[in-house]
Ligand binder design. Structure first.
Ligand SMILES: *Cc1c(COP(=O)(O)O)cnc(C)c1O
Length: 379
């Protein structure tokens, strides 16, 4: 029998209890039953994002919340800074362009984080910028940015800091209020153990001041509409939500809350360490200079076809990693360690990597990667 283990950094595996919620009968969303669900989900997402602000649930993939973060906070002609160190940083820049903002790109080499100093310098050179857009974990390069340090710099200016936490919130430490992040966004199909289809966004008081004063160019993702619909005792969405997904999200996020974020962060870190140790034992390099714990990019060794490697792992050994995106196509292979993944999944992934490398002609000391991973996971 073919059994697939998903190691892509979205979608990620979904627990059975959550899948069961998706299978239960459809219901109506303008009901007390739904309002109670959305209230619970909102409160649990506040815990996950580390904020006392409302968290709005948008039906759409993570990009819908990114679009809201740009369209509602930057008026056409206003200046924004987009930190670009990979595909998702590019998305911030493209969103700015799509909504008529004057986009200043802060380019960093792929695989390298942006430093707080670079962001502070960019803001000094562009004191009229109204917001800085950054990615906490740049999934395409598996690189983590120091959001806490960057937030400290941005907080000292009138500009807002918006963070794409789609592949990091719920997997690695993220503390919206404590760090002073103004807009935070995430999506359902990464660390939250859900299928794709819901996006989440929260805004600080500073961000709300700007959003209220900005004639943004949004309708479906107009955050003012989400705020009005959610305001207690409403606990509602402005348009028809994916209510079945909201029911499943209540389950998934309650599971996260029961487990506790600190524990989840520690376990995710351990799994990422195990993958990194396995790669080293197999003579493979980790691509990023600041590797994220939520996703790991391993360099494809010379003489091996990266796309064939991902395909062999998936087709022959039932482990589906992600290949490289954009200019990293064929050059790296990425494994997520977010969400509903355990030690055995990690050993399966490393075992599949070893077998696929051997099948593609590389000399492999079978078990070397698995043993290195076991040493980390047993610790
Ligand atoms: C997955 C991802 C996105 C895109 O989200 P969609 O759900 O595909 O719209 C954006 N940013 C990061 C960092 C991601 O990992």
């Amino acid at each position: 029998m073919f059994k697939q283990r998903l190691f892509t950094p979205g979608p990620t595996p979904v627990p059975e209890e959550v899948l069961m919620e998706l299978a239960r009968p459809i219901f109506h969303h303008r009901t007390p039953e739904y309002r109670k669900m959305l209230e619970q989900l909102t409160r649990d997402m506040q815990y996950v994002m580390g904020t006392s602000q409302d968290v709005y649930t948008i039906t759409g993939s993570g990009t819908a919340a990114m679009e809201a973060a740009v369209a509602c906070a930057v008026a056409p002609g206003e200046k924004m800074i987009a930190v670009r160190g990979g595909k998702f940083g590019e998305r911030w820049s493209e969103l700015g362009a799509a909504f008529g903002a004057k986009v200043v790109n802060l380019d960093v080499e792929w695989g390298t984080p942006a430093t707080p100093r670079q962001v502070a310098d960019a803001l000094r050179a562009n004191s009229d910028a109204v917001a800085v857009y950054i990615t906490q974990c740049e999934t395409s390069t598996a690189t983590i940015n120091d959001v806490e340090g960057i937030a400290r710099e941005v907080a000292a200016t009138p500009a807002l800091l918006a963070v794409d936490g789609i592949s990091s919130i719920g997997a690695v430490p993220f503390k919206m209020d404590a760090w002073g992040v103004d807009i935070a966004v995430t999506g359902s199909q990464k660390a939250l153990m859900l299928p794709p289809g819901l996006a989440f966004i929260a805004c600080s008081a500073k961000a709300w001041k700007r959003i209220e004063a900005t004639r943004g160019h949004a309708y479906y993702v107009d955050l003012k509409a989400y705020r009005k619909a959610l305001a207690p005792p409403e606990w509602d969405n402005p348009y028809t939500p994916n209510n079945v997904m909201v029911r499943a999200a209540c389950k998934a996020v309650a599971m996260i809350r029961a487990e506790g974020l600190e524990r989840i962060w520690a376990e995710t870190h351990k799994r990422a360490e195990a993958i990194r140790a396995a790669a080293a034992a197999l003579g493979l390099a980790v691509y990023s200079k600041a590797p994220s714990d939520s996703v790991t990019a391993v360099k494809v060794p010379d003489g091996v076809d990266g796309e064939a490697l991902a395909k062999t792992m998936s087709k022959d050994f039932g482990v589906k990693p992600a290949g490289g995106q954009g200019k990293l196509k064929g050059k790296v292979i990425r494994f997520t360690t977010m969400g509903y993944t355990d030690a055995w999944d990690i050993l399966a992934a490393v075992g599949a990597l070893e077998m696929a490398l051997a099948r593609l002609g590389r000399k492999v000391d079978f078990g070397a990667g698995v043993a290195a991973a076991m040493k980390v996971l047993a610790g």
